[in-house]
Design a binder for this molecule. Sequence first.
Ligand code: MIC
Ligand code: SF4
Length: 756
Amino acid sequence: MAFDIEMIKGVYARMKERVDNAREVVGRPLTYSEKILYAHLYDGLATEAYKRGESYVDFAPDRVAMQDATAQMALLQFMQAGKNKTAVPTTVHCDHLIQAKVGAKTDLQEAIFKSSEVFNFLESVSNKYGIGFWKPGAGIIHQVVLENYAFPGGMMIGTDSHPPNAGGLGMVAIGVGGADAVDVMAGMAWELKMPKLVGVKLTGKLNGWASPKDVILEVAGLLTVKGGTGAIVEYFGEGAESLSATGKGTICNMGAEIGATTSIFAYDDASERYLKATGRADVAEMANELREYLRSDKEVYENPERFYDQLITIDLDKLEPRLNGPFTPDLMTPVSKMKDIAEKNGWPLTVEWGLIGSCTNSSYEDLSRAASIARQAVEKGLETKAKFGINPGSEQVRYTAERDGILKPFNDLNAVIFTNACGPCIGQWDREGADKEEKNTIVHSFNRNFKKRADGNPNTYAFVTSPEMVAALAIAGRLDFNPITDTLVNKNGEVVKLDPPKGEELPAKGFDYEDNGYQAPVEDGSAVQVVVNPDSERLQLLESFPAWNGQNIMGAKLLIKAFGKCTTDHISMAGPWLRFRGHLDNISNNTLTGAVNAFNQETNKVLNTLTGEYGAVPDVARAYKAAGIPTVVVGDENYGEGSSREHAAMQPRHLGTVAVLVRSFARIHETNLKKQGMLALTFADKADYDKVQEADTFNFIDLTEFAPGRPLTIELIHADGSKDVIKANHSYNDAQIEWFKAGSALNLIKKQQAQN
Ligand code: MIC
Ligand code: SF4
């Protein structure tokens, strides 16, 4: 039986009436994601048609999922919200804090030893508030959610950027910061701007070496890292129905890399098979009754161009494998062009490591397809030229794969099987020699490849591709190896060729496990004490951010003007810093240390106008804070791209930054800034970015009139006394302005709670 079956029954019981009503109110046929959105309005039945890309809407998601690195901050905030239990089913997944070094068993023990304080904290908070707890080693949050919790027609949020993985099973699943999760766990409305809709029609059928990963690598190449911002990407067409549920999960998962709010496929036979194979025949039966509601209306499929803001068609028949990278997931190169392009760009051609895993590509089918390549290598007398590592997605996948002999060929090739966890994907990788910072290439099946992400080495060229391609390239040891056309020489000097991968969508003998790592919360958590040691370096209870004093902010100094790409990895690095995710003051010491200073093109070296000297960003920020001087961060396009980590907003806030002024924002980060009581502003004229000078003072001269739709005016006083007056746009609505006034959204919840 599925988890939370009563909740799912409730969603399905309401679905028909809500969707039929919405169709009438909107006055036209609805797409699948619109049906789910309208069926999850906080106030019940729709009373108006929301404008896509404009209207703020209150939703009531069905569930919440959090991973260990973000759950700490989310739960530290939730503990202040004054509730006894979470209002909706919620889970915590311990997957980010496990380092990959020698192999699953040792690495897991080591992680439990090193992070027991954090795991114990998460476990006791989970018990106290009725939250399901997935222990370290149980698997990666999004794979575990897909296997256990995702359901067609449902809506969930998760404190991470890759919950959209559940779109593979027809769910609207959205990545958020912890403060948003607090809203939902506290039973309040969760607000989102009504997304725009991008339709992707898939024709034909994948064949040969092409895989679902290549679909999203192609989409990323077409739309770029910001092309999906504010939109839900809906996939449909005959090609969509030929994909497995986990394959669709891969595509939806990596939609995060184009900034999409989420991505989704309709319910179909593959979804039904997956639900049944993962022990949820009960959900499949209910979904079968509602099939018409779990897909777009037929008019949408007949004339998609009338219903989507943008429409793309991809012919799966013609798709060839791709490699995206280095340093950004949207730099797409088809395998047949890699030789030329890599040479032209000077990308190192020798592949040092091949890594399979991450929430994007760690399903049973993924492992079985990659294993079919590894098996051929063994049979054809090949040896892997590169080192090879694998992180299975969940204990259920690992156990079943081991039982079915899928891990054997990897072992035969001396691959290391790491823990069922994020591992290298989040920089939890103790890679030998990485500190030498040598230029080198790795290939992996993850979704992200920002500089330094996997091993901390800025000179590691990381390429994203499918698991089967990772296997082939690790065996060949070359980035420009094209398995479709190229041959290899085996140990006996014979020329051999790899056949296209073959895999199994689902295990023929069913999934199995001995211990899936799940721990249900105690029945009554009221007596559970959550202890946070005041001397801890890993956990720190939160203090409220100060409320706005009602005055214009005058005399703020520039902390940094970030140049070019500034992802959340640049603002609050992961890897070694993950250990401080529960301690705001300690983690603040990495604030913006990865961002490039536009004035000297260096990282972590900014002007302190108080001394005239250059210092590390966190030190300079602390100096201004100590002097009572607020600071401003300036950035370029798609600022805050990547992760959902709200630390990237809380840290600057903690260090005294009041405003972040950029050319454009990534969605989750913009909301995180608002939630934490900051001013998230965009240049009304993008060219004004160039007007900001290094020693500038910022005066927000009409902040007292802060109102929806009304740009703010900022004076830039330059060092020579001259000044520029610029306009900054914002997307705050009335409720969000209240967060700013209160100092944070949480402060407002606390205030409301105190009044009740
Ligand atoms: C990531 O892939 O970058 C992470 C680590 O999963 C993050 C969350 C985090 O920073 O904790 C994400 O994608 O949101
Ligand atoms: Fe973990 Fe990587 Fe997935 Fe983020 S993208 S949840 S780090 S596996």
